[in-house]
Ligand binder design. Sequence first.
Ligand code: NAD
Ligand code: WQD
Length: 343
Amino acid sequence: MSHLRKVLVTGGAGYIGSHTVVSLVHSGYQPVILDNLSNSNPAVLDNLRDILQQDLIFYRGDCRDQDLMHSIFNEHQLSGVIHFAASKAVGESVEKPLLYYSNNLDSLLVILENMDQYGVANLVFSSSCTVYGQPDHLPVTESTERKPAASPYGNTKKICEDIIFDVVQSPASLKAISLRYFNPIGAHESGKLGELPIGTPNNLVPFVAQTAAGIRDSITVFGDDYNTPDGTCIRDYIHVMDLADAHVKSLNHLDQQETDACYDVFNLGTGNGNSVMEVINSFQEVTGAPVNYQIGGRRSGDIEQIFANVEKAQRELGWTASKNLQQALADTWKWQQTLMKSV
Ligand code: NAD
Ligand code: WQD
């Protein structure tokens, strides 16, 4: 007899959420997707149905809508929640801090209240390596100290982690994991799902892909005078399908915990650092598509280098990245070509 465990996936139409929906279904979970489509497109739902060859439960609405939340928790017997929904643009958060504090904090609070009220114990929360700032030692482990946030966005991730920690210490029965993603890139191997660029991309890999596709004339490399081997910044780029897999493993891990309350934090990266120039050169090698670039000045707020120690996720979740930078860039290019055909 099959018994599908239902999981509320907030932000499930977004970049990481939509890929996680695929992994959840393939692992025997039934996702209940909630998204207000503020940073995503309803076509993502069609593409998901196409990949999964099945219908999906989808609510268009806001995490902060108490009535909607009550009706979802009433309607579905949830075994857990994966909370992706948030505003995520670092620069915009500096311009509109209240929007970021309102959306990112209030959404979490409403979810936690409903989980408590309806007796849903398991939460997986999308955190970020941004909580480490520029670390003093590399690679960063989960016990590396968090630095004061460099942006309101980063601060919301830090505060959300702290809120979850406090609720776990309280009499409410909450079992939670915060996943600190490093730099998510790539797309589903089908070419039917990927990151939907709205406006000019802020992030490196979507900008590289759009430059190769001729949508942008060239990409500016933000600084080549850093204290790194080639002078450009170093990050830990992680394939989005590997991230998706880590969410399923996190839910399974929470299910196995026999206590009423627990909290844990995991880094999700490959453990390798790659420079901006390595990403551009690898993209050209993997795809054969030339990428025009020029060297520019440093981008304000950028950190020089960061990459993860991922031993804890390997040891405790049984998770490790299975795809490398080259595979992620090839999948990005496949997705970029799908986007160009649909224009
Ligand atoms: P995304 O913008 O593609 O997805 C977020 C989704 O949430 C969007 O579909 C948006 O419409 C929805 N949403 C936003 N606010 C909502 C609300 N109040 N109610 C309902 N839906 C709402 O972003 P993503 O890249 O998939 O990121 C997912 C999560 O991971 C976010 O919490 C983000 O902060 C975090 N994260 C992302 C990155 C990254 O580089 N992409 C890195 C670290 C952490
Ligand atoms: C990567 C590298 C840039 C664009 C951001 C958020 C972080 C997290 C992940 C959510 C940097 C360089 C970029 C370009 C460039 N998100 N670059 N030219 O800054 O590491 O992290 O996304 O939690 O919080 O800050 O990612 O992709 O913007 O930049 O040279 O046009 O590429 O300087 O070194 P970042 P990114």
